[in-house]
Structures are given as structure tokens and as C-alpha cells.
Ligand binder design. Structure first.
Ligand SMILES: *Cc1c(COP(=O)(O)O)cnc(C)c1O
Length: 464
């Protein structure tokens, strides 16, 4: 609404000063775009910028009428056409499994397998012996069984899909018993009670937020009980006066109730985290050994592979899923299958710690990180080496960190400096803490150190 008649005339009067399309096209801000894109695409963007300004002025809102400014607006709207929106970034936050930054970076062998599967034909659903139709699931099954000790295994799009699938296939219209402490939100709005409802299963909550006993589950069993679901609390920890029955105890209750025992582990951690100075993270092979019928986990958390949801367990419970109509909707694409097979292979041959990037990062020791942080500081001629902690992150090992050394940089405007680092090519993502920029070498991939130094030089500048 106009504040006064005077302001209204001022905005509408500006309408006449809007430049022509040709004048905006002649601005230097668009020269680069005209070189790289068709004239009609750039002209269209200029028209949109001018008409956006016109609409604003008519609605009595302030808008640019300057041709250089309109050219900048048009150029901005064309950026995604000349540069992909999804781009590699350098993770200097130290958060190993950073969901916003794409979770696990994969091994070289995995990357190659994924690129190969994508760029050529493959025997995705083709039996090379018989020359007839084969199965997509066959490429992963023996690997999944080898790493987990399960009788059978399949892969779907992600762990959220795996959970939905298991509940829909076996529990729709029936009851699923879940501890109150586990009816939680995993992150990104993914809430266990909502998934249960969507799957058609009825949630029966037992126990309390901090304590649930095996007897609580047993007391809740009814004719309608289809499953007991255990959900690993991946992104939070309840400490103090707590109790949770073991899987073995839950197995006994499930047997009594003739119900399935489903274990949603989340992170898919196949190695013993205690060897890395971390607390114990439950492993799929332990859940299989404890008698869970279905064990569910992600491919791109501590497994360190591409996005996937893995379902392993007894043949009796896994096999019906293969032929379930939802399998087609939730299935993995060929690149993910190829990548997952390559990643699982690292575990099967016992080379995961050396080759799977998330484990290499977790295993990196302080001396190694200290040397890298020092090299950054020496190249930059600024900053200080400080002790800090790298969080594991990504819904794995809540509150767990590994000691690290970071390069700390004092800056009068640290938030602005962090923004400039993000604008760099490639973008560098740093932490800002106590008014300083912190860069953690743990999550900076080998070969990226030079880029980090270059970005820091541009943004911080070399000291005099
Ligand atoms: C992360 C997580 C999920 C969701 O897995 P996505 O692979 O992200 O779909 C489900 N359950 C648990 C316990 C998790 O930690």
C-alpha cells in the first residue's frame, strides 16, 4: 500500500524509465552469458527481469530500473544453465558424514564402478550364461550375506524406503510394538510414527522415553501383533537412568508372540567402532546373530557407499520382498548397485579401513591431521593450529567425536569470510566458532589441500 500519494507517483513514474531489452542485453554483465548461451535464452531472461521490475513498480513496490542492475538479475537467473546447481564442495567442517553435503564420499573403485555402470551397457538384468533375463538383486546378495552373516539380503533406494517396505509388506493392518524412546524423528522430518502410519501398520508404544523393559513389550502383545520394531537412536542419546532390552530378549518376546523382530540400525556400521576410540555402534552382523528377522541400514552412512537401503535377514522374511509389488517402486538404479557392490567388496576382502573414505577419515590420527593443518598455515602464512573435535555426524554415533587439529583463523567478519569461502570455486565449507573460522583437515579429501589454501588466500589474503 502506498504510504502517500507522493510515493505512489514516484514508483509508477519510474515505469517510464525502464530500459529496453536491447539496452540491458548490451550491459557487460551479460557478455559472458551471450558467449555461452543462445541469444534467445539470454533475451528471455532479460525480458523476465524487466517484466518482474515492471510488475513490482505497478504494485507500488521498489524495483531496479537501472539497466546494469537488471542485467545482473538476468545473469543471476541464467547461472544454473551455465553451471550445474549440484556441484562438488570441499568439506572442511570435520563432520565425516555430513547429510547436507551428500553423506559418504565413495572410494575410487566405487566411483569407477558407478561411472562405468552409468556410461555403458551392463548385465543389470541379464544372465550371461543362459542369455536370458537375470535379476538385478543377484548382484548384491552374496556380498550382503558375506558382510552381515545373513541368509538373504536385498537393496532398495534408501533406509527410509527399507523401513516403509518392511512395515508395509509384513505389518499393514496389524500392530507394531515400539518403545516410546524409539518413536522418534530421525531427521529431515522422518518420524517413525509417521512412517508406521503411512505403511498401514498400527503403532503400539510401550515403556517410557528413558526406560522400556522386555516385559513392557510382552504385555503389549495381542492377536494383532505383527512385529516388534527396534529403532537405533542414531542422532541423539538419552543418558542417565535408562533401560532398553537387548535384541536377544526382544527375540524371545517376538517368538512368544509369533511376531517378526525388525531392527532399524540406521548407520550400517560393519566395523568395530571401539577400535577407533569411539563407543560401540551396533553392527548389522550383531543384529543378525542376535536373531533379528530383518535388519535395515543405510548405504551412505558408516557403510561409506552410495545412497541405498539394505535389508538383510532370514530367507523366509527377505524372499517375499523380492516379489512384492513395491520392490519395483523402491529398487536401486544400476549405478548405485555397481557402487554398493564395489564398496561391500572392500569389506569382504578386509581393506575397508584403508580404502573406504569415511573409515580412512575416522581412522586418521592427530599427528597426520596436525601435519596437514600446519602445512595449510605455513602456505597461508596465517592462523593457528588448535586442538578440536571432529563429529562423526549423519545420524551415526551421536555425541561421538574424534580428536583433531584445525587451522583457526581470526577474522573481523568470520561469517562473511565463511560466505566468501562458499562462493569460491570449488566452494569450501568451514565452521565458524567463537568468532573464528575453523578448518578441519579430517574431511578434506587427499588432493584437495591445494584448493583449500587457494580459497583461503583469496578470501583471507596473504599477510603483508
Ligand atoms: C538415517 C536413518 C534412517 C533413514 O535412512 P536413509 O538412508 O537416510 O533413508 C532410518 N532409520 C535410522 C535409525 C536412521 O539412522
Amino acid at each position: 500500500m502506498p504510504h502517500s500519494a507522493h510515493e505512489a507517483t514516484e514508483h509508477t513514474a519510474k515505469l517510464r524509465t525502464l530500459p529496453s531489452v536491447d539496452r540491458v542485453l548490451a550491459e557487460p554483465a551479460l557478455t559472458d552469458m551471450l558467449d555461452r548461451l543462445s541469444r534467445s535464452d539470454v533475451t528471455e531472461a532479460v525480458r523476465r527481469a524487466i517484466s518482474g521490475a515492471r510488475d513490482a513498480l505497478i504494485a507500488d513496490r521498489a524495483a531496479p530500473t537501472d539497466s546494469a542492475e537488471l542485467a545482473r538479475i538476468a545473469a543471476q537467473s541464467l547461472r544454473s544453465l551455465v553451471r550445474p546447481s549440484l556441484r562438488p564442495v570441499i568439506n572442511a567442517t570435520g563432520v565425516v558424514i555430513h547429510t547436507n553435503l551428500g553423506r559418504a564420499p565413495v572410494s575410487e573403485a566405487t566411483e569407477l564402478a558407478m561411472a562405468r555402470a552409468a556410461s555403458g551397457y551392463s548385465n543389470l538384468e541379464y544372465d550371461l550364461d543362459s542369455g536370458t533375463r537375470g535379476t538385478r538383486a543377484g548382484h548384491l546378495e552374496s556380498l550382503l550375506c558375506a558382510v552381515s552373516g545373513a541368509q538373504a539380503g536385498i537393496a532398495v533406494n534408501n533406509n527410509a524406503a527399507a523401513l516403509y517396505f518392511a512395515l508395509n509388506a509384513f505389518c499393514a493392518g496389524r500392530e507394531v510394538i515400539v518403545s516410546r524412546g524409539q518413536a522418534v524423528e530421525i531427521g529431515g522430518g522422518f518420524r517413525i510414527p509417521d512412517v508406521l502410519r503411512q505403511s498401514g501398520a498400527r503403532l503400539v508404544e510401550v515403556g517410557t522415553t528413558n526406560r522400556t523393559a522386555a516385559q513392557d513389550y510382552a504385555d503389549a502383545v495381542s492377536e494383532d501383533t505383527a512385529a516388534i520394531l527396534r529403532v537405533h537412536s542414531s542422532n541423539f542419546r538419552i543418558v542417565g537412568f535408562t533401560e532398553e532390552p537387548s535384541l536377544a530378549e526382544l527375540r524371545r518376546v517376538a517368538d512368544e508372540a509369533d511376531a517378526l523382530l525388525i531392527d532399524d540400525l540406521g548407520s550400517g556400521c560393519l566395523l568395530d567402532t571401539r577400535h577407533f576410540g569411539l563407543s560401540y555402534e551396533p553392527r548389522p552382523q550383531d543384529s543378525v546373530a542376535a536373531g533379528a528377522d530383518l535388519v535395515l541400514f543405510s548405504g551412505d552412512k558408516l557403510l561409506g557407499g552410495p545412497q541405498a537401503g539394505l535389508i538383510v535377514g532370514r530367507s523366509e522374511t527377505v524372499d517375499p520382498l523380492r516379489h512384492h509389488p513395491l520392490m519395483r517402486a523402491l529398487r536401486l538404479d544400476k549405478s548405485a548397485i555397481a557402487g554398493l557392490a564395489a564398496t561391500l567388496h572392500h569389506y569382504v576382502v578386509g581393506e575397508a579401513v584403508e580404502t573406504v573414505p569415511v573409515w580412512r577419515m575416522i581412522a586418521a590420527d592427530v599427528d597426520e591431521l596436525d601435519a596437514r593443518a600446519r602445512a595449510w598455515r605455513d602456505a597461508l602464512g596465517a592462523g593457528e593450529i588448535e586442538p578440536a573435535e571432529s563429529p562423526i555426524g549423519g545420524g551415526s554415533l551421536p555425541a561421538e567425536t574424534r580428536p583433531t587439529r584445525v587451522l583457526g583463523l581470526a577474522h573481523p567478519h568470520p561469517t562473511e569470510a565463511a560466505r566468501l569461502l562458499r562462493q569460491h570455486e570449488p566452494p569450501v565449507i568451514a565452521r565458524v566458532e567463537h568468532g573464528r573460522l575453523l578448518l578441519d583437515p579430517r574431511t578434506v579429501l587427499p588432493g584437495e589441500d591445494g584448493c583449500v589454501i587457494e580459497a583461503l588466500r583469496d578470501v583471507i589474503g596473504a599477510p603483508p
